[in-house]
Design a protein. Structure first.
Length: 322
């Protein structure tokens, strides 16, 4: 079976590596154009592109696939490459470009998407973040037959994964990347013998995982401590949850909700400072923060952080700089 692969980040690279190891022929890889990154803002290739180059797989990096869009020359060149590949199927994983109908129709078996949620819950751009933020007990991977809608296609394979109490987006991402890589190989093996059985997504239970915005990083201390703790885990590694104390923006990377005495308290108030945690009053409950980071610094356990940044009971975390 000949497989075109479309993907960009590490999540997608894991699937491409598994397909390659399983012996599928990959005549073409589509990935996002190189992006500037790092302090020098030098152009960096995506993890998918790097893997493809290391293994001699042709790569196309169109800025758009819409023939009537802003970059018709890119789309036209991609169309020629896709048609020349004569693939049986396209596998898509966190590619980052919308696939127009001509792409969906190009391979004989259409396009299969590796989606990091149990559809129809958490359709959209940030399913891992939103599942943790919402306090879901489990998530998973769905292999989906793509259609013109936003993650609305028929489900082909689906497997759940529990969300651990200490899971961050980073740790859950790695679990789901490995699962997605395994499931898509299973799906293609079934497709080769006509064994896939599409199941339409139910109308009940649809939720949308909207893209994470940097503005969401600011902690709202009037929220319950448990909700803030989930958001801190959901926003690790990006964009990081932060508060402002002593006029400086500080990122919080690890925290847990703890019981607090009943009674009024100013949200954001530092109630106690100890080597094992910084206790901050929330709308309800208290947040015990155990890992912090100053701008330009490293993530540090609270005991190390306090050696270079003095915090005292009575000081108050704000959401944003005043």
């Amino acid at each position: 079976m000949k497989v075109i692969f479309a993907g960009t980040p590490e999540f997608a690279r894991a699937a491409l590596q598994r397909l390659h190891a399983a012996g599928f022929r990959v005549p073409l890889v589509l990935t996002q154009p190189d992006r500037p990154a790092g302090r020098g803002m030098k152009l960096h290739a995506s993890p998918v592109k790097l893997f493809a180059q290391e293994n001699g797989v042709p790569v196309a990096q169109p800025r758009s696939l819409r023939l009537d869009g802003k970059y018709p020359e890119d789309a036209s060149a991609a169309k020629q490459a896709i048609e020349a590949a004569q693939a049986d199927v396209m596998v898509v994983a966190a590619y980052g470009l919308i696939l127009p109908q001509w792409v969906l129709d190009a391979p004989r078996l259409g396009c299969l998407n590796i989606h990091a949620s149990l559809l129809p819950r958490w359709r959209g751009a940030a399913p891992i973040h939103r599942a943790i933020e919402a306090g879901d007990a489990q998530t998973g991977v769905t292999i989906m037959q793509m259609d013109a809608g936003l993650d609305t296609g028929a489900m082909l394979l689906r497997e759940a994964v529990p969300i651990a109490a200490d899971d961050t987006t980073a740790s859950l991402h790695d679990k789901l990347a490995a699962l997605g890589a395994r499931l898509v190989v299973e799906a293609l093996e079934l497709a080769a013998c006509g064994g896939l059985k599409p199941v339409a997504q139910p109308e009940a239970g649809v939720t949308y995982a909207h893209k994470i915005e940097k503005a969401e990083a600011a902690i709202d201390w009037s929220q319950p401590a448990e909700a803030i703790a989930r958001r801190i885990r959901a926003f690790d590694p990006f964009p990081g949850a932060c508060g402002v104390v002593a006029g400086e923006v500080v990122k919080l990377w690890a925290a847990a909700a703890v019981a607090a005495p009943a009674g009024a308290g100013v949200p954001g108030l530092i109630e106690a400072v100890a080597p094992d945690g910084l206790h901050v009053r929330c709308g309800s409950g208290t947040l015990r923060v155990t890992q912090l980071q100053r701008a330009g610094g490293k993530r540090l356990p609270v005991a190390d952080f306090l050696r270079g940044f003095e915090l005292k009971p009575g000081m108050v975390f704000e959401s944003r700089p005043s």
